[in-house]
Design a protein around this ligand. Structure first.
Ligand SMILES: C[S@@+](CC[C@H](N)C(=O)[O-])C[C@H]1O[C@@H](n2cnc3c(N)ncnc32)[C@H](O)[C@@H]1O
Length: 249
């Protein structure tokens, strides 16, 4: 059983998320997270005809920012450590980990609007530039299972972070984004604790590496400080233009 297949992406995602840090961990967790799936130039946008009546779409994509993908290596590890399990491992096929034998992901997104080659979506969990392999409408009459059971992930409670805004951050967000719902988007991203498990610390050692973080959203950097570990609390300090570290002298 040794075969391989070559697929050409049908389009690319345009997203405010430019790096893994700060990208929601699943679709729909932050419904305000908007982006666009832009169809490849040589594909006729009539491929979208009939989609207007659907509210949600399955996007099948490549985890192109995985280090293994960038280095052209295969991943053959069969156990992964999902962040929500805080160090415990499960089989890769019992997880939504990006690190899988075929680095292919599946996200259920809300359709906002279709404009020519642009499919505007909400509830995004994908990084800018993500190659899309296929799109399929979500069929609630078939795919919504009211008697579904959820394994290990269903038993977990989310340890959220309470968020406050420093006056500087509030004035930054009003100046930069006006009345948009980006304030609530940023707050929810932080509520869900974007930090990697190793950075989350313990009661005795709450900030093993740092208590100050920044995540990129569009052309801006959202700077926040962890204020306390139990209960978890953070303050958004400011929102500043993002500067490429490689160009800073
Ligand atoms: C846990 S995966 C789940 C993705 C999808 N919903 C699934 O279940 O297959 C989501 C995370 O993958 C990472 N990610 C998003 N787009 C990516 C990309 N193009 N390449 C590599 N990692 C990506 C981000 O860190 C994001 O939080």
């Amino acid at each position: 059983m040794e075969s391989s297949f070559t697929f050409r992406p049908i389009g690319i995602v345009e997203s405010p998320f430019r790096e893994k840090f700060g990208t929601p961990r699943q679709p729909g967790l932050v419904e305000e997270s908007r982006g666009t799936i832009r169809l490849r130039d040589d594909l006729n946008p009539d491929a979208f005809e009939g989609l207007e009546g659907y509210s949600h779409i399955w996007a099948i994509f490549v985890f192109h920012e995985n280090q293994s993908v960038r280095e052209g290596r295969e991943t053959v590890k069969t156990k992964v450590k999902p962040p929500r399990l805080e160090g415990q491992s499960v089989g890769v096929f019992a997880s939504r980990s990006p690190h899988r034998p075929n680095p292919i992901g599946l996200s259920l997104l809300t359709i906002d609007k279709i404009e020519g080659r642009a499919l505007h979506v909400r509830g995004l969990d994908l990084i800018d530039g993500t190659p899309i392999l296929d799109l399929k409408p979500y069929l609630p009459s078939i795919e919504s299972k009211t008697d579904a059971s959820e394994g290990w992930s269903g038993a977990l409670t989310n340890k959220t972070i309470a968020v406050e805004w420093a006056p500087q951050a509030l004035s930054d967000i009003t100046r930069l984004y006006g009345n948009s719902d980006i304030r609530s988007e940023i707050e929810k991203i932080l509520n869900l604790d974007p930090r990697p498990v190793s950075y989350r610390g313990t009661k005795e050692n709450p900030d093993p590496y740092t208590s100050r973080y920044g995540f990129r959203h569009g052309d801006f950097n959202v700077v926040f400080t962890m204020l306390s570990h139990e209960p978890k609390k953070a303050r958004i300090e400011r929102i500043e233009p993002w500067a490429d570290p490689s160009t800073i002298e």
